[in-house]
Ligand binder design. Structure first.
Ligand code: NAD
Length: 258
């Protein structure tokens, strides 16, 4: 078991990449605090964690709310005395041309993807500094590295996550705490499915047509499974990556190498 009895806090655990990560970390022996804004989705994730339900806590947390995030971190410390791995995964996507992009959608992107990342790290960092060990993993995206049509607002938040992660890695290196990001390419989750459906509607083409375009972005010609992203997150959580900090692991099927 690669993360046996490690204390892991994971946001966005009710769906997609977060859910697959929770299932993988459970198999690898972690003690987990799984949070999300969706309580229903969290319960479904818990059901999928067959043999480690007793080592898993689910918690309804909106990462836009600093009090709720602080409570998630403080209650974890109260119960376990430490956090070994923090996975900052909760995220949202909204797409569309900037001329008509609703301000409230941009606020949502900034508040969840950027400020949510900040709050999650902010309240955990004092404990990481004290314990002088640990690994923080954020979720950036290919959208942090390259432009995507109709994604200017989303891209700006994910590029922000990348910058935030790099800078935090410098702050925490003296404390033996590693901070890295993962940048998934097109990954088959409800988020991407919703993104493709909206683009199809906006452009008056079929879902399958837009899906094919996305599939061709990576040189491997297919989407990733969420499990393929979870394995990268797991690597950055273990001591196998003990000399890696400030890095971004692109799991994008070659999308950004072209
Ligand atoms: N799917 C992709 O193609 C892709 C590509 C690159 C990056 N990403 C990133 O990976 C991460 C996971 O995405 P996914 O594809 O699994 O998406 P998803 O929509 O399947 O899951 C995201 C989860 O975040 C939760 N969430 C949303 N707002 C929240 C909030 N305010 N507080 C707490 N939880 C909240 C949702 O309820 C959901 O369970 C995101 O940060 C996303 O930007 C995804």
């Amino acid at each position: 078991m690669r993360v046996k009895d490690k204390i892991v806090v994971l946001t966005g655990a009710a769906s997609g990449i977060g859910r697959s990560t929770a299932i993988l970390f459970a198999k690898e022996g972690a003690i987990q605090i799984l949070s999300d804004i969706s309580e229903e989705g969290l319960k479904e994730t818990l059901e999928l964690i067959e043999d480690r339900k007793d080592k898993t806590t689910i918690m309804k947390v909106d990462v836009r709310n600093p009090d709720e995030v602080k409570n998630m971190i403080d209650s974890t410390i109260e119960k376990y005395g430490r956090i070994d791995v923090l996975i900052v995964n909760a995220g949202v996507v909204r797409v569309g041309p900037i001329e008509t992009f609703p301000d409230e959608d941009y606020d949502l992107l900034i508040n969840v993807n950027l400020k949510g990342t900040h709050y999650t790290c902010k309240y955990a960092v004092p404990y990481f500094k004290k314990q002088k060990s640990g690994s923080i993993i954020t979720l950036a995206s290919v959208a942090a590295h390259i432009g995507q049509v109709a994604h200017a607002n989303y891209c700006s938040t994910k590029a922000g996550v990348l910058g935030y992660t790099r800078a935090l890695a410098l702050d925490l290196a003296p404390y033996n705490v590693r901070v890295n990001s993962v940048s998934p390419g097109a990954t088959d989750t409800p988020m991407l499915q919703g993104d493709v459906a909206k683009q199809a509607r906006d452009r008056g083409v079929t879902y399958e047509e837009v899906k094919k375009e996305f599939e061709q972005e990576g040189v491997m010609g297919r989407w990733a499974t969420p499990e393929e992203i979870a394995t990268g997150i797991l690597y950055l959580a273990t001591d196998e990556s003990s000399y890696i900090t400030g890095a971004d692991l692109r799991i994008d099927g070659g999308w950004t190498t072209q």
